[in-house]
Design a protein around this ligand. Structure first.
Ligand code: ADP
Ligand code: NA
Length: 329
């Protein structure tokens, strides 16, 4: 059986990178797989959170999933902390994970910054919790952006180590699915950093809930160089900020970068940016307004999450009991 697991953190608002690199691709997958879509609120605790803000962000991410086209009846949609199995399996797996494997994780190095000793243990253990999220449901496929590839490889390594240690084939090795034209959307301020919720600069990202004026302002301010758009992708790739904007345009329009350049080669960025604003507003506005509608009835979102949580817990409980049997608990 093929089963999908994927999730997003309820830290600040979802952005265009989350949408193009992950969420939008989930919508197509729900027709061909059994899908579990999670709001990974335990992961969000690796960053300092205000409790009221966190509570609302959980609902906002759930609303974004539904507004983007995820059907909460057809799929399991829930938030991680309501299923205790995530934390429990995470502990069990962490006792089977050598520190050396975690030391290789580049996201920890980026997020911990220079003061590594001040970073919390949760941030360091983040990838083992992520492995538990996936393996708790014996998921076979995990659609993610490119930034999560290393974590997914670790999840495969942990599953493999567990299987070898107990001479079992209990855990399937989860396959990453890195889909779409924009698997790594970069910051609008710095072409070398990925667009991320944790970036301090609001101008680094377009949020899914930004209004038309804000989107226009952010795209106008996006870093570029003075050259017009080139003819070829090879020339484009030498210019990371330009490449990023063309990639975003292509992903929103459902076009390759070649197709975008065929239309805009020789154009000034100031003009291209106007088209990009129109396209972004066009694609995001319907999702944003649906999100607002959904967030108008918080009790209904809570009810949907609770129902999804019960469905998730039924699968999780069985698998966790099997794991405990295998290891002698
Ligand atoms: P963030 O890194 O902004 O905190 P999450 O860790 O919650 O976002 O990631 C949720 C999903 O969005 C993951 O599948 C991740 O790979 C994807 N994603 C995050 N940032 C980007 C990006 N800049 N480009 C493409 N996909 C991204
Ligand atoms: Na991420």
């Amino acid at each position: 059986m093929n089963r999908i697991f994927s999730g997003m953190q309820p830290t600040r608002q979802l952005h265009l990178g989350n949408y193009l690199g992950a969420l939008r691709n989930w919508v197509d997958l729900q027709n061909s797989y059994e899908c579990i879509f999670c709001v990974v609120d335990l992961h969000a605790l690796t960053i300092d959170q205000d409790s009221e803000v966190l509570r609302n962000n959980i609902r906002e991410v759930a609303a974004a999933y539904i507004a983007a086209g995820i059907d909460p009846d057809k799929n399991i949609l829930f938030n991680q902390s309501v299923v205790p199995g995530h934390a429990e399996l995470s502990w069990i797996l962490s006792c089977h994970t050598p520190l050396g494997w975690l030391n290789r994780m580049t996201q920890f190095k980026e997020k911990a910054g220079k003061q590594k000793d001040m970073a919390n243990l949760g941030l360091y253990a983040y990838p083992t919790l992520m492995a538990a999220d996936i393996l708790l449901y014996k998921a076979t496929h995990v659609p993610v952006g490119e930034d999560q590839k290393q974590h997914l490889e670790l999840a495969r390594d942990i599953a493999g180590a567990f299987n070898r240690r107990y001479e079992t084939e209990f855990f399937p090795l989860p396959e990453p699915q890195i889909l779409g034209e924009a698997t790594r959307v970069m910051s609008l301020r710095d072409g070398k950093k990925k667009m991320s919720k944790s970036d301090e600069s609001e101008y680094s990202r377009i949020n899914m809930t930004d209004d038309a004026d804000t989107i226009a302002q952010k795209i106008r301010k996006a870093k570029t160089d003075p050259e017009p758009l080139p003819e070829t992708v090879t020339e484009l790739e030498a210019r990371p900020e330009a490449d990023n904007l063309v990639t975003i345009y292509g992903a929103l329009a459902g076009q390759s970068r070649e197709q975008v350049l065929a239309q805009f080669a020789g154009a000034q960025f100031s003009d291209f940016k106007k088209s990009l604003v129109d396209l972004s507003v066009d694609k995001l506005a319907p999702i944003t307004s649906r999100m607002k509608e959904l967030l108008g009835d918080k009790a209904e979102i809570d009810r949907l999450l609770k129902k999804g949580g019960e469905r998730a817990a039924a699968i999780a409980e069985k698998n966790l009991n099997d794991v405990k049997d295998i290891i002698g608990l």
